[in-house]
Write a protein that binds this ligand. Structure first.
Ligand SMILES: C[S@@+](CC[C@H](N)C(=O)[O-])C[C@H]1O[C@@H](n2cnc3c(N)ncnc32)[C@H](O)[C@@H]1O
Length: 199
């Protein structure tokens, strides 16, 4: 029997399905919320790399109609969340027109990025692209995150982690990495957190 956990639905995949989420990744966000209290009722949230939509749906269920969620992805969402305080834009986070449309709905109290590049199998290429996404997301935080706000960004672990954390330390009261338990055992992804944006 293979030990590769991508081959069969695990506990988290089955739980996500039973709770109506399109992806198991939702439990990574739930764990970070539990530990770092990122979201409060009324928070305005930006979800970058939102498809198929589990994080967005989880945020909307948490907000219960308060606050606001703007979300963006290259791909469409795999569902239509039945919430009025929600705006989804299909587009590329590097596109200035996308950034302008998201800026119109800001500032935000929380920016989430689970954005990940399509993987090539070349670890150096994949981690480089992931680092570039995190740098772009930090640019979003510079422009669109309110003072005191929080940032969460997924990173494929490679050489750039230390520099990115250093960039966050200059901008946030606290900067750290965190690997949720729901990350697959063989995954080399982690999350970088900036907590309490400095004014
Ligand atoms: C792991 S998935 C996100 C899962 C999502 N958090 C959820 O819970 O359903 C990563 C997403 O990042 C998106 N992405 C990658 N590069 C992007 C870019 N340049 N602009 C917008 N989205 C991007 C991909 O299209 C993909 O849907």
């Amino acid at each position: 029997m293979s030990g590769n956990s991508y081959e069969k639905p695990d506990h988290w995949t089955l739980k996500a399905k039973s709770e109506g989420y399109p992806a198991r990744s939702v439990y990574k966000l739930a764990e970070m919320q539990e530990k770092f209290k990122l979201l409060k009722p009324g928070t305005r949230v930006l979800d970058i790399g939102a498809a198929p939509g589990s994080w967005s749906l989880w945020v909307l269920r948490f907000l219960k109609g308060s606050g606001f969620l703007a979300a963006v992805d290259l791909s469409p969402l795999g569902m239509k969340p039945p919430f009025a305080n929600f705006f989804f834009l299909q587009g590329d986070l590097y596109d200035p027109a996308v950034r302008a449309a998201l800026a119109e709905r800001g500032p935000y109290g929380l920016i989430l990025s689970d954005a990940a590049p399509s993987t090539t199998g070349d670890r150096t290429v994949d981690t480089g692209r992931s680092e570039a996404l995190v740098e772009a997301v930090i640019g979003y935080a510079d422009a669109l995150l309110a003072p005191g706000g929080h940032l969460v960004a997924k990173l494929f672990q490679g050489g750039g982690e230390r520099d990115l954390l250093q960039a966050l330390r200059g901008r946030f009261e606290t900067a750290r990495g965190f690997k949720p338990k729901a990350c697959r055992a063989e995954s080399f992804e982690t999350y970088l957190l900036g907590l309490g944006k400095k004014s």
